[in-house]
Design a protein around this ligand. Structure first.
Ligand code: FES
Ligand code: FES
Length: 160
């Protein structure tokens, strides 16, 4: 089958590649670029484990084809982590035991950061609502909500 050329930005670096038209973005990131912090759970858009940012919006990378990212800016958990953008969220997750196996954690962090960029002080119900597309089999979500709530309060305090 014919490979198609794509050029995009991944975590701020230009990437040029040739990909099969059916290759999804999650597999492209994991297998071609070794960015394995993007996890694949269901491959059907249900679990949220494959969440990344494309042009600033969070998307499920198992539902997007790599060729659809032509010219786009893609950010993964590795990029957010290296830039320090989510350092406070990472620390809060660790401090509050908001992860066990960690499979859902990169995507949870991406989703949490997405919410906190949109809303300064979401309440617990709003946090749960925003995370409703991100499944966690281990934690029961309570500690995750605690961690995000604490970061929201700290960031809001810093803005006052
Ligand atoms: S692997 Fe993409 S939503 Fe589950
Ligand atoms: S910590 Fe295991 S799935 Fe969330």
């Amino acid at each position: 089958m014919t490979h198609l050329p794509i050029s995009l930005s991944v975590n701020g670096e230009r990437v040029d590649a040739h990909v099969l038209p059916r290759l999804n973005l999650a597999d492209f990131l994991r297998e071609k670029l070794q960015l394995t912090g993007t996890h694949v759970g269901c491959e059907h858009g249900v679990c949220g484990a494959c969440t990344v940012r494309v042009n600033g919006e969070i998307v499920r990378s198992c539902l997007m084809l790599a060729v659809q990212t032509q010219g786009a800016s893609v950010e993964t958990i590795e990029g957010l982590s290296d830039s320090g953008e989510i350092a406070d969220l990472q620390a809060a997750f660790r401090d509050r035991n908001a992860l066990q196996c960690g499979f859902c954690t990169p995507a949870m962090l991406m989703a949490a950061q997405d919410l906190l960029k949109q809303e300064a002080e979401p309440d617990r119900e709003r946090i749960r609502e925003h995370l409703s597309g991100n499944y966690c089999r281990c934690t029961g979500y309570h500690a995750i909500v605690d961690a995000i709530e604490s970061v929201a309060e700290a960031r809001a305090g810093g803005r006052r």
